[in-house]
Design a binder for this molecule. Structure first.
Ligand code: 6PG
Length: 241
């Protein structure tokens, strides 16, 4: 695991964008495509904007396929729909073709949406192992990632798949990639900044004890791939130096 600590989110985003571009160039060179899983939440907004503006000409975007690590069980025009933020900040600005974007279909019931999304992934990978080139993850202040929330069934799901989950604390369903599917990826990067994440970072990165049920982000440990944490100083202030 590689831990990169930055003074500011701006410096973090610049380096993370460069890293994404570097991985994309290699993937496109080797496989003529880059399978990129986006995170939801607020943290990536500036990064997506950076990719779509300053970095616009550094990737052959026509070779990029976008997926989502998770989705909220809301309509696609709802401001809480992760796909909508990505559409506004990234896809529309880069004029990404619709057939290169794999939204999670929340017009379906959560369980059906999860089944359909996994089918779409398997179809994209033509039945071969769904090994994404890059999975970008955020982390909540409760140490959840994607929609793998503490004390939910997703923590114990050992299948590399997509699952729906009812999140008691939010009183809502979510659809999410499972940790085993995330752990198949070639590259996984966490994007975490802000003081409110410091307690979670202390347990997930600094914690001696593995407690997946309480700190689900501890589950992220790529089998063969690379894990990098892009964090700022505020989020790591409780880490023992
Ligand atoms: C989501 C995300 C989720 C997110 C964390 C952090 O759908 O909300 O996928 O896992 O990354 O909740 O969210 P912030 O970046 O808004 O702190």
């Amino acid at each position: 695991m590689n831990l990169l600590i930055y003074k500011t989110p701006e410096e973090l985003n610049q380096d993370l964008a460069d890293y994404i571009i570097k991985v994309a160039e290699v993937s496109i060179e080797e496989n003529d495509r880059f399978n990129f899983v986006l995170t939801g939440g607020n943290s990536p907004k500036r990064l997506y904007n950076l990719l779509a503006t300053e970095c616009k000409h550094r990737i052959d975007w026509e070779k990029v396929y976008f997926f989502f690590g998770d989705e909220r069980n809301v309509p696609s025009d709802d401001e809480n729909y992760n796909g909508l933020m990505a559409k506004k900040e990234l896809f529309d600005k880069l004029e990404i073709a619709e057939d290169h974007i794999f939204y999670i279909n929340t017009t379906l019931a959560p369980e059906k949406a999860a089944i359909e999304y996994k089918k779409a992934i398997d179809n994209h990978f033509k039945g071969s192992d769904p090994i994404f080139d890059f999975i970008l993850l955020g982390m909540g202040d409760d140490a959840h990632t994607a929609s793998i929330f503490p004390h939910t069934k997703l923590v114990k799901n050992e299948e590399a798949t997509v699952s729906s989950v009812f999140v008691e604390k939010l009183n809502t369903y979510r659809i999410s990639l499972t940790a085993p599917l995330i752990n198949k990826a070639e590259n996984v990067a966490f994007l975490v900044f802000g003081e409110n994440k410091a307690e979670a970072i202390k347990h997930v990165i600094g914690g001696e004890v593995k407690d997946f049920d309480t700190y689900p982000s501890q589950l992220i440990d790529p089998i063969d791939g690379k894990l990098t944490w892009f964090v700022d100083e505020a989020a790591t202030k409780l880490l023992e130096s």
